[in-house]
Design a protein around this ligand. Sequence first.
Ligand SMILES: [Zn+2]
Length: 174
Amino acid sequence: MGRYDESKKSSGAKGKKFGHAGRVEDPYRPEEGQEASICTSCNALYQNKRWFFDEKLAQRLGGTQKVRQVVCPTCRKIKDQYPEGFLTLSGSFLAERKEEILTLIKNEASRVSSRNVLDRVIKMTEEGKDKLVVETTTEKLAQRLGRAVYRAYKGELDFRWSEMNRFVRVYWSR
Ligand SMILES: [Zn+2]
C-alpha cells in the first residue's frame, strides 16, 4: 500500500489505520518556484495536494521550468496493474446484452475519469461468454460502475471488502 501514497490515504480513516497520518513527505509536490506538477502520461496537474485536469493550464505550463514532470499515482497504478477495485459481471442476461452493458460501463467510466484524475479503469477482461471483469484504480469507481449497471438493469449487486480494506470486489449478476 505504501507504494501509492495518495493524499486521501494519508488523511482518511484508512490512512490512520495504516499509520500514514501525519506523514508530510509528498512525492508529487512541485519544486520551489514552480506552479504545479504535471503527469507526463495523462497530463493531469497537481497543485495544493490535489490532482485535476485543466487543458489550458497544462498547455501553458507544459515543457516550461514552471512545472515539474512526474507520473501521477493513477498512471502508475495502471502501468503496474495495481487495481483497488474489481467489478465482476456475470450471467445469461450479461451474455445477451454484453455490448450494451459494456458501452454503459465505458461511458460511465469516462464521465467519472474526466472529472476525477484518481478514478480510472485499468482493464476489462472477458472471461467466456457470460463473465466480464473490470479492474479499476479506486474502490469508488468499481462501486460506481456496479451501481450504474444495477440502476439500468436491476439484477443482483453485492459488495465485498477484502480483509484490511485494501480493495473492494463488486459482483453484479443477472
Ligand atoms: Zn497520469
